[in-house]
Design a protein around this ligand. Structure first.
Ligand SMILES: Cc1cc2nc3c(=O)[nH]c(=O)nc-3n(C[C@H](O)[C@H](O)[C@H](O)COP(=O)(O)OP(=O)(O)OC[C@H]3O[C@@H](n4cnc5c(N)ncnc54)[C@H](O)[C@@H]3O)c2cc1C
Length: 467
């Protein structure tokens, strides 16, 4: 950017919300994924009009503009890969209103997801999307990544709970989509197009979310198995017998060992896999369903099944799952976290294929994830300074994507395409599918100023380059 452009932008923001120092630019150069890209200026907007003005300037100057929430993206979504302006949306957080009568929440994009959970639950309501990053990620980031978590199996993803948006378009217009009604079939469903569009089709400045009644009771069990394949079979059997758990989380042996090494809590380190299963509903229905699930796990060959008898025991079971991310991070300085997702019935085969990939490339590969909806998280723990190993990681990542697509699955269940999966989009959708998406992007953003360098690969780029 030219100095005069930066100076002109500065006239729009007070100094405490406008940053250009080297230290500040570096602070905004990374997210939770991989790679560092330095922006040229950072603005922290508080009002929709400020955003509209900045976006119009960016179009006039053909300067890239990168919206960003808390930068917990695991796919490189907010990285300023072509420099330009970072719009830090995390400070736009003044609205969090619960309308009990209509069971909706109105939120600013910078509100943390966990604060929405808390506000809804205080009045007996429930906002189900529960990414593990809920304590630090913004609802804006969740909306644009269509995030979800363990509860996705029963309750679906963020998309299912968004009924209205206020958005600044890539050319700077302020538009509203949807509204406050649960039913709305007026015009094209722009809300659903924008949710999950990874900041390529607009900047979300307010959202209306649908809430549901909070379930009265929950029951949780922890089952261990000789192999991930047995565990996968138990998952399929539970669903085949008509129980829809609120969560079914799987951890493989490498993951169990990592957690036990990080914080010993008596997990069986010889078990091939561990399953955390939770049902919710009424006191009576949860009691019945958890008993049913226990029996199914035992018939599927579980080594042990432990049902939590109280809240303390339930918290202890979930602690194992919550420890995964910090525990895995301890195994090495670089973590490549994937979220290839397969149809549920293919979980046993996917687990076997991941084992083969681990052996073929001799990598530290651990697998955990939301197994009930087929959303596995193969994580490769490595060291980006080891260029020889990073080449093997690149090949292993390609193999993981190819395997998921071959099994009828998808490149991403929740982390998005962003920068890191862009070279593989065509593998899943073909040239015609990708061209259709590009034409939507071009129609909305003719100057390609909003989050450029994401979703669509650069000319000739066929695989992720990590070295
Ligand atoms: C430890 C850990 C656990 C995680 N667990 C989960 C999980 O269980 N499930 C899951 O789905 N994800 C998970 N994630 C990934 C990540 O937390 C989610 O993608 C989250 O929604 C990102 O929110 P954010 O506020 O950090 O957004 P960012 O990472 O800052 O941005 C994400 C994308 O949204 C765009 N964006 C952000 N705000 C706006 C806005 N207002 N308008 C337009 N575009 C915007 C950005 O340009 C970017 O493309 C995890 C990440 C970590 C580090």
């Amino acid at each position: 950017m030219e100095n005069w452009q930066i100076e002109q932008l500065h006239t729009l923001f007070p100094s405490e919300r406008f940053f250009t120092s080297t230290a500040d630019l570096y602070s905004y150069s990374f997210d939770a994924s991989f790679g560092e890209y330095i922006p040229e200026v950072i603005c922290q907007p508080l009002h929709v009009e400020e955003i509209s003005t900045v976006v119009k300037k960016a179009n006039e100057w053909k300067v890239p503009i990168y919206p960003r929430g808390s930068a917990t993206s695991l796919s490189g979504g907010p990285l300023p890969v072509k420099g330009g302006i970072v719009l830090d949306m995390s400070q736009m957080k003044d609205t969090l209103t619960i309308d009990q009568e209509n069971m909706i929440a109105t939120v600013s994009p910078g509100v943390l997801t966990a604060d929405i959970h808390r506000a809804a639950e205080e009045v007996g309501l429930f906002y189900p999307p529960d990414p593990s990053s809920a304590l630090i990620s913004t609802i804006g980031g969740n909306l644009l990544e269509n995030s979800s978590g363990p509860k996705g199996l029963k309750y679906g993803t963020t998309k299912e709970y968004v009924i209205g948006l206020e958005v600044v378009t890539p050319t700077g217009e302020i538009v509203k989509t949807g509204g406050k009604t649960v039913k709305n079939v007026t015009g094209f469903d722009l809300t659903r197009l924008i949710v999950g569009s990874e900041g390529l089709l607009g900047i979300v400045t307010e959202a209306t979310l649908r809430l549901i009644p909070k379930p009265q009771a929950q029951k949780t069990l922890l089952a261990t198995f000789h192999s991930p394949v047995d565990c996968g079979k138990a998952i399929t059997e539970v669903l085949r017998h008509g129980v829809l758990p609120a969560a079914m989380e799987l951890m493989d042996n490498a993951c169990i060992r990592a957690v036990e090494h990080f914080q010993p809590s008596g997990l069986p380190i010889d078990a091939g896999a561990l399953l955390i299963l939770e049902v919710d509903g009424t006191d009576v229905s949860t009691e019945n369903e958890i008993g049913h699930c226990q029996t199914i796990c035992e018939h599927a060959g579980a080594i042990s099944v432990q049902v939590a008898n109280n809240e303390e025991e339930r918290a202890a079971i979930w602690k194992a799952r919550k420890m995964v991310s910090p525990a895995v991070t301890e195994l090495g300085p670089t973590k490549i976290s994937e979220d290839a997702t397969v149809p549920r019935g293919k979980i046993p085969e996917m687990m076997e294929r991941l084992q083969e990939i681990r052996e073929r490339y001799q990598l530290n590969l651990v697998v955990f994830g939301h197994a009930g909806d087929g959303n596995l998280h193969p994580n490769i723990i490595t060291d980006k300074r080891n260029t020889e190993e990073m080449k093997r990681v690149e090949d292993a990542v390609s193999d993981i994507f190819e395997t998921a697509v071959e099994l009828g699955g998808t490149l991403s269940g929740e982390h998005g395409i962003g920068l890191l999966k862009a070279p593989y989009l065509e593998m899943e959708y073909g040239t015609a599918g990708v061209n259709l998406m590009k034409s939507i992007k071009h129609a909305w953003d003719p100057n390609h100023v909003l989050n450029p360098g994401k979703m669509f690969a650069e000319e000739g780029q066929t695989k992720v380059v990590l070295t």
